[in-house]
Write a protein that binds this ligand. Structure first.
Ligand code: OSB
Ligand code: MG
Length: 386
């Protein structure tokens, strides 16, 4: 147990003790923002970002949470509709003045799964708590500010030439590492082409579960390209088979979709199913669970990084604050807003600074201003629940 673990223990205990203040209003806002260009994985191509936002009002302060679920179940089983149902009918009724954040999250445990819905409330309450304390979210979490490493996730492209130009643009922008999506039929030769053109960049691939173990011999060819990792080669529920595959690979396997919380992370590591974990705070139930996963991984010598769900500026800011925590040693999927959206819901949007690093937003809470006229411009519907 290193010192980082003790710091995390203290921070978690303090965060669990945070009181839930008066709740003056709770509102859902569904927004839809067109993507600058479509984003494709092996399983689906998205042309826009549809997100369920939760706004909690307390003492004139506004706490925001962005649910990372899509309207469809093509990344995870949760959707904006299931998240709204679980929030409205099961999670939000637990949210009341007088309890603590820890007590609330304990009650959330009675609801099986639905980590995306849970993270939405947790994020909004932590944003509120940090605004109440007039400190940025990372300071509330207990971690000092530091420059955040950048990383880009390049969606599946229609040709190797388009892929090479997308990678060239990312390298020119200064990203610390490049992730490219792969799929059956668009893998070894595509990676080879990128590696030949860019012999020295930090490169990784993400299959979003497109393969089964029969592809092991084929996938083994990827070992020749000095990849940082291969993310989620097999299906989301296939932890044991990832362990078989990892034994045949020198490249580390990273799990994404398979990890819904600390217990999954421990299972995967102890079975040898991965050597790296992609923590998406919006998928695992929020920031506290993410810190617990990072702590469990650090204690077992496993690196973690913060993934993304092509969030608007609200969720993007949360992911940036999280990366000040101990254990986030690898560049994540934290890229510039302009990659995805012509304009953001917040100000300022994320952009790369000196040497490709990202500045943690400095304002209270998530640290960026949610622009109500932008939210209104992209709003599909709004519902007041309290
Ligand atoms: O697998 O990490 C993934 C986006 C949507 C769904 C799944 C994934 C992704 C990304 C993009 O790779 C990450 C980002 O840029 O936010
Ligand atoms: Mg992934």
């Amino acid at each position: 147990m290193g010192i980082g673990t003790r710091i995390d223990d203290d921070n978690l205990a303090r965060l669990e003790a945070l009181p839930i203040g008066p709740i003056d209003g709770i509102e859902f806002v569904t927004v839809r923002l067109p993507f600058v260009s479509p984003f494709g994985t092996s399983n689906h191509t998205w042309t826009c970002k549809e997100a369920l936002l939760l706004q909690i009002v307390s003492d004139g302060l506004f706490g925001w949470g962005e649910c990372v679920a899509d309207p469809d179940p093509f990344y995870a089983y949760e959707t904006t509709t299931t998240a709204r149902h679980i929030l409205k009918d099961f999670l939000l009724p637990f949210v009341q003045r007088g309890t603590t954040l820890g007590a609330l999250l304990n009650q959330f445990r009675r609801v099986r799964g639905h980590g995306m819905a849970k993270a939405t409330v947790e994020n909004a309450l932590l944003d509120l708590a940090a605004k109440r304390a007039d400190v940025p979210l990372h300071a509330l979490l207990g971690y000092p500010r530091k420059p955040i490493m950048s990383g880009i996730s390049i969606g599946l492209q229609d040709s190797v030439e388009m892929l090479l130009s997308a990678v060239a643009e990312a390298v020119g922008t200064g990203y610390h590492r490049v992730k490219m999506k792969i799929a059956r039929g668009r893998d070894v030769e595509w990676v080879r082409a990128v590696r030949e053109r860019f012999p020295r960049i930090r490169l990784m691939v993400d299959a979003n579960g497109d393969y089964d173990l029969d592809a092991a011999d084929h996938l083994q060819q990827l070992d020749a390209f000095n990849l940082m990792m291969i993310e989620q080669p097999l299906s989301y529920s296939d932890i044991a088979r990832h362990a078989h595959l990892q034994r045949r690979f020198t490249t580390p396997i990273c799990l994404d979709e398979s990890i819904h919380g600390e217990a999954d992370a421990v299972t995967a590591i102890e079975l040898g199913a991965c050597r790296i974990i992609n923590i998406k705070q919006g998928r695992v139930g929020g920031l506290l669970e993410s810190i617990r996963i990072a702590r469990a991984c650090a204690a077992r010598g496993v690196d973690v990084w913060s993934g993304g769900m092509d969030e608007t500026g609200i969720g993007r800011a949360v992911n940036i604050h999280l990366q000040t925590a101990d254990g986030f040693t690898l560049p994540g999927d934290t890229s510039e807003t302009r990659r995805y959206f012509r304009e953001d819901l917040v100000d300022p949007p994320v952009s790369l600074g000196q040497d490709g690093f990202i500045d943690v937003p400095r304002g209270p809470g998530i640290g960026v201003i949610v622009l109500s006229e932008r939210v209104a411009r992209y709003e599909l519907e709004r519902e007041r629940v309290r």
